[in-house]
Ligand binder design. Structure first.
Ligand SMILES: Cc1ncc(COP(=O)(O)O)c(C=O)c1O
Length: 464
């Protein structure tokens, strides 16, 4: 699962940390006193009238995605790294594995970063093969390497022992990448970003040097280096700091092994502003700072032709998705609860990381947030809460809630606990039309892997 990554989901920089819940309205705050201030407001990319139109065709809950926003984000990223002629974004499929989304990104010039058999199949299905695929997996089964090799994907090895494993399966391709784990604690601007020393990923530095030599012996001719040292990073320092680490490593590897290093892969990790108080990353500034590091380290090392690759998921899609859900029940016990028709099975991040997701009550965007609610799903798990002690406008049964920033690691982390079914996904097109890009799961889908005559009879009787 993507966020079980090195990556700092549980550290002070992660979504689950108190630091990331800054601005969650506390008693006495301005909005709590009945005013709506700018810091409480997050843009929704469709208004209530549009949602009502969609809901008539596709009942809630569903994830809604914004084609325009996705294209604009892809173009911003490309512009920020336009100075690097080989730059390419390999979209992290795990963040949003829907072919309609992958096709949009393909049109914007992106490839895919895959980590499993099914993600490879998805890439092939949208016409991405060969060097348009980066296969960055770990604990990789044999058949996944076989498929990656068959598709001509760039293979990013997670471990030294995988060199011989891959060689035995299909031989070593001429272009290959290795994932680096520097160990220790990763800091940027004196701020702890994450703890690679506790992460299961990558080669140690020593293993990388040995690994490159072994790969050269086995026929590798062109190399890449990759690292993913922190997730959902705040501020603009992560990529520039990572660049310095990876550029210096590339220069050392070239000097010591003579390897022809063709690309440096920064993987994912650039965050988004989940809370309206937070600043969004300044991708132009990030690109400019990486360029400085490139000019200082790569060019003098004779690596001035090396391409930069990214595998961003959250940055590309996060803000371009929302989970649309209806208030089903209100409950008053020791606290005020609003129960909605979505649950953690549709968006796991709040339950898993205590992640903040902003909520807009549609049609009440400028109403004062005078009520404190826990907004919950129906799972038999008390962590199935999209918001805790959140100040919102008074909610009525039937109100539509927009849970923000669910475009990455939202639907894709879904599961079926309590027999809950996965939701639909809807794409809002640039021209304002909308398309069902995944229908909601049915009970028949849920039971499809069971061959049970009793179930077949009941499904027929109950659902026709
Ligand atoms: C190998 C790899 N690349 C890219 C990503 C995407 O990360 P993000 O969505 O934070 O950009 C992940 C996420 O877990 C990952 O594991």
């Amino acid at each position: 699962m993507s966020q079980g990554n090195p990556q700092n989901q549980g550290t002070p920089q992660s979504q689950g940390s108190p630091a990331n819940q800054v601005g969650q309205l506390s008693p006495g705050s301005r909005a709590n006193q009945g005013e709506r201030c700018a810091a409480d407001i997050k843009h929704t990319f469709a208004d209530k009238a549009k949602l009502d139109e969609i809901i008539r065709r596709c009942p809630t809950p569903f994830h809604l995605y914004d084609e325009r926003g996705i294209r604009e984000q892809a173009r911003r990223l490309k512009e920020a790294f336009a100075w690097n002629p080989g730059f390419k974004e390999y979209f992290a499929v795990k963040a949003n594995p829907n072919p309609a989304i992958l096709r949009i990104l393909k049109e914007e010039g992106c490839g895919t970063d895959c980590s499993s058999f099914t993600e490879l199949l998805l890439s092939e299905a949208v016409g991405l093969t060969g060097s348009d695929i980066m296969f960055s997996s770990n604990v990789t089964p044999r058949r996944e390497y076989e498929l990656a090799h068959k598709l001509g994907a760039i293979i990013n090895l997670d471990d030294f022992t995988h060199i011989d494993f891959l060689n035995e399966i299909c031989g070593i391709p001429e272009t290959i990448c290795c994932r680096y784990n520097p160990g220790g604690v990763f800091t940027a601007s004196n701020m702890v970003m994450d703890n690679p020393g506790e992460a299961k990923y990558g080669f140690t530095k020593e293993q990388l040097f040995l690994g490159f030599r072994r790969l050269q012996k086995l026929g590798a001719k062109r190399f890449g280096v990759h690292a993913f040292l922190a997730s959902n990073t705040k501020g603009d320092d992560y990529y520039p700091e990572l660049a310095r680490v990876l550029f210096s490593l590339a220069a050392e590897l070239k000097a010591e092994t003579g390897a022809d290093i063709r690309f440096v892969n920064f993987s994912g990790g650039v965050g988004i502003a989940y809370h309206p108080d937070e600043a969004a990353p300044d991708i132009m500034k990030i690109g400019g700072e990486v360029r400085k590091a490139y000019d200082e380290i790569m060019r003098p090392a004779g690596l001035g032709e090396t391409a930069i690759f990214t595998e961003l998921g959250r940055f590309m899609l996060g803000e371009n998705g929302g989970l649309i859900t209806t208030a089903l029940h209100k409950k008053h016990i020791y606290k005020e609860y609003v129960g909605v028709d979505a649950c953690a099975a549709n968006l796991m991040r709040p339950a898993m990381y205590k992640a903040y997701h902003h909520i807009t009550v549609m049609g009440k965007e400028s109403a004062a947030p005078t009520q404190k609610y826990d907004v919950t799903g129906a799972l038999c798990e008390n962590n199935d809460k999209f918001a805790i002690d959140r100040m919102l406008p008074p909610i009525e049964i039937g109100d539509i809630l927009w849970i923000h920033d669910t475009g990455a690691h939202g639907f894709s982390m879904g599961y079926n606990y309590n027999g809950k079914l996965r939701s639909a996904e809807v794409l809002l097109r640039c021209d304002g039309s909308f398309e069902l890009i995944r229908r909601a799961e049915t009970p028949g889908d849920y039971f499809a892997t069971l061959d049970d005559p009793g179930l077949s009879r009941v499904l027929k009787e109950q659902l026709g």
